[in-house]
Design a protein around this ligand. Structure first.
Ligand code: GLA
Length: 775
């Protein structure tokens, strides 16, 4: 709800309030962002400046210093010396500007932008605050949209040049939030290829903390999501602020702490190589930033983000729609396949319960390696004699949906597209462009390039029955120069605007096609892409132990329904780690499940196991994709717990994951969060089995006969027998479960008993809780 009384604005969500007021000068002072506050005399929140200001600058004689005020948005050159959200070369050539409140409006719903995605949904209210510069005819607008049901407020800013001369914008952040905090800490996600979304927590010194992507995309290096919290905040306790940005290009987050305990947060387009010339009469809009706050720790903030994304970012067609279990051929075949191979994989996948078959890279042009073919989306008839249409029909006839991989934003020099249109690639005249994965980036600033992509992708989607598209983008941007913009400082952002036009047209034209965004895995995991594509391939790294930290990291900002997670082969192709089949599944089940391995490498017993996994996942799919997700403050380095709870709190699944086996390990306790305390639940271990190979010569613990570990009998025995894991079942009320179930001990080398938990390195188990109906 948005209310304005006596120059105070109160924006309230279900459990939070955001307050600011108009100062006598016309500047806007932020008063509060935190718990829900009733209307009252808010003077207690006004910032007091009744001591001397020393060397500070007073805005006007007898007035205040802007430097010591929490401000809604700041302007350069009038005594606020903190990070500036906005830098512009004014018509007089100076960098000084001073915008004051002029008027405001309150609108029902959201205020969408044509050129960029915004959060959607009718249950929203928007506040538009108009400001004007005191000297030049420039107008600024601050836009706030309140999504009460998920405790989120979005922010963005707009500048309009009403002067008769161009102005140059050098920096324009989407939001500013000034807070008072004593010992703030930030949590961000950093990484790179195959190690995306690694969480980092830092205590802030006095000074600025900067998190920025300059790769052209939102990047695997620095995700746009950021948490800011009190010193002792944990997963479930403490005040935590969350920020994110609906943007897929270069972005920046800055948190500045001053010696007076003021903390300033900015998020927006990175000013790196950015300068936007705004002609007379033109308007520039920033991307939309997302803010939330919770008193219930980091899990609290994540729950707000998850609800917000599922309800207001994901397109209507896929909102809370269960995602199919897919089989992708990439790690099974790479470029080396033909129709027969693909059909045999699909047939096998179908038998195991898979619903969607995805044909990855290598199906078009001369794409037999990553050195050629990008840009030419005609089928490679040598590999696929009946074309994509024929293949899709055959796969459909098996009862599977069919999906296809594209990398439409790129081109190989060895392609007809490049031979015919070298000008389509980003490159500086006279300079040899640098390549990544042997490819160049198409200049999507150009209309004709946008139209080429729309035409190529539409052609395939119109002529074949394709229900899923994996949309890849496999390199960072370099040699950014475009003939389509007047000033090269506009090329990075213009590229993203071009991409959004393409994605908008395609997703509106094919609303039923499920798009999965990919960028060498999670190199573009952001709210901009999620506005068009409901799920993202989280990482090319499918090793379940690496995935624990990748998926956990992503979960701070993104719901499980958006996280693509596949079971692949062991030893893993990037980490060489050998992990149990059950753990590969257990980790992938906390996400959108898929399989990406050579199915013929599985023995009969393993196939039976996979079949059971898929059947189990389908039964609990809505819980695993849309349930309330909880992280745990790890008590032990070596173990990770994940938990999901259904909206009605009647069902829950908890995963217990062990990294390395500890000798004589401590007792394991599993606390369940989010259940009804007074109701009774039955909690039971998911039945799974383990490969007897892990025992080697110790098999004598388990079997009555003695076998040589490398011998023929054991190798054959593996194909015929897997050892069932212990199963425990408890009936208990939610209050007891919240204290923690004391589960069976793990194996300690003193002989095997059937109710010992045999986990070993990388072992795991799931426990499923269901509320008893008589309650
Ligand atoms: C990227 C993707 C992979 C796969 C390959 C194909 O690396 O992340 O999943 O699609 O491209 O070339």
């Amino acid at each position: 709800m948005i209310e304005v009384r006596q120059k105070v604005f109160r924006l309230s969500t279900k459990s939070t309030s955001y307050l600011f007021r108009i100062l006598p000068t016309g500047h806007l002072e932020n008063l509060h962002y935190g718990r829900l506050l009733a209307w009252q005399d808010f003077q207690g929140l006004y910032m007091k400046q009744n001591a001397g200001v020393g060397s500070s600058v007073l805005y006007e004689e007898g007035g205040y210093t802007l430097d010591l005020l929490p401000l809604e948005y700041s302007f350069n050159g009038k005594g606020d010396f903190r990070e500036m959200p906005f830098e512009i070369k004014m018509p007089d050539g100076s960098y000084v500007c001073d915008f004051h409140y002029e008027s405001h409006e309150i609108l029902e719903g959201t205020l969408p932008m044509e050129e960029m995605p915004t959060a959607k949904g009718e249950e929203a209210e928007t506040l538009v605050v108009h400001l004007r510069d005191t000297l030049h005819p420039l107008r600024m607008t601050l836009v706030y949209t309140v999504f009460s049901n998920c405790d989120v407020i979005t922010r963005r800013a707009v500048i309009e040049n009403r002067s008769d001369q161009p102005v140059e914008i050098l920096k324009f952040m989407s939001m500013q939030l000034d807070l008072l905090m004593d010992h703030p800490e930030v949590l961000t996600l950093s990484g790179g290829w195959i190690r995306e979304a690694q969480k980092e927590r830092h205590r802030l010194p006095v000074g600025s903390f900067l998190q920025e992507s300059r790769t052209g995309g939102s990047s695997n290096r620095h995700n746009p999501g950021l948490l800011l919290m009190e010193k002792n905040a944990t997963e479930d306790f403490g005040k935590v602020y969350g920020f994110n940005l609906l943007y897929s290009g270069n972005h920046r987050s800055v948190v500045e702490k001053t010696s007076h305990g003021l903390v300033r947060v900015h998020q927006g387009i990175s000013p790196h190589n950015f300068s936007w010339v705004l002609e007379s009469g033109e308007t520039f809009r920033t991307p939309e930033a997302v803010m939330t706050v919770s008193m219930d720790g980091m899990n609290g903030v994540s729950h707000h983000f998850h609800d917000f994304i599922n309800r207001h970012i994901i397109s209507k067609e896929f909102q809370y729609k269960e995602r199919p279990v897919l089989m992708n051929n990439w790690e099974a075949t790479f470029f080396d396949f033909n129709e027969r191979k693909i059909l045999s994989l699909a047939r096998e996948a179908k038998k195991l319960g898979v619903e969607l078959f995805v044909l990855d890279d290598g199906w078009f042009g001369e794409r037999n390696s990553d050195r050629a073919g990008l840009g030419d989306y005609g089928e490679n008839r040598k590999k696929l004699p009946s074309g994509i249409k024929g293949l899709a029909e055959k796969i459909k006839a098996m009862g599977l949906d069919f999906g296809l991989w594209f990398e439409p934003e790129m081109v190989n020099e060895d392609s007809d597209l490049y031979r015919n249109h070298p000008e389509y690639a980003l490159q500086v005249p006279g300079r040899t462009p640098s390549k990544g994965r042997h490819q160049l980036v198409l200049d999507i600033n150009r209309r004709e390039v946008q139209d080429y992509i729309i035409k190529e992708v539409s052609h395939l989607l119109e002529s074949c029955d394709i229900s899923y598209v994996k949309w890849d983008m496999n390199r960072h941007m370099s040699d950014v120069y475009s003939d389509a913009v007047n000033h090269q400082g506009m090329a990075f952002h213009g590229h993203i605007l071009g991409l959004y036009r393409v994605l908008k047209i395609l997703t509106e034209r094919f609303p039923k096609v499920l798009f999965e965004s990919c960028s060498s895995g999670g190199n573009r995991f952001d709210l901009g892409m999620l506005s068009y594509m409901p799920q993202v391939w989280a990482s090319d790294n499918t090793d379940p132990i690496s995935r624990l930290s990748i998926q956990e990291g992503l979960s701070y900002f993104y719901p499980l329904s958006t996280i693509g997670a596949h079971v692949s082969e062991s030893p893993h192709q990037q980490t060489l780690r050998k992990t149990p089949l059950e753990t590969r599944f257990h980790v992938a089940s906390f996400g959108v499940l898929g399989y990406e391995l050579e199915l013929t490498h599985l023995n009969l017993k393993e196939k039976e196991e996979v079949k059971k996994q898929i059947a189990w996942y389908k039964k609990y799919r809505s819980l695993m994709q849309f349930g309330r997700f909880y992280r745990f403050d790890s008590v032990r380095e070596n173990r990770v717990n994940f938990q999901v709870v259904s909206e009605d709190r009647k069902k829950t699944v908890q995963g217990f994951f062990q990294k390395m086996q500890e000798p004589s390990p401590p007792f394991d306790v599993m606390p369940f969060k989010g259940l009804h305390h007074e109701n009774t639940y039955v909690v039971r271990t998911r039945e799974a089995s383990m490969d007897i190979e892990v025992f080697g010569s110790l098999l004598k613990h388990v079997m009555p006969i003695k076998l040589s570990p490398g011998g023929l009998i054991l190798r054959n025995a593996r194909k015929l027998y897997r050892l069932p894991h212990n199963v425990e079942e408890y009936t208990a009320k939610g209050d007891l479960l919240s204290e923690g179930l004391r589960i069976h001990q793990q194996f300690m080398g003193t002989g095997y008993q059937k109710d010992t938990r045999m986990l070993g390195d990388f072992g795991s188990q799931l426990m499923v809780g269901e509320m008893k109906e008589e309650n």
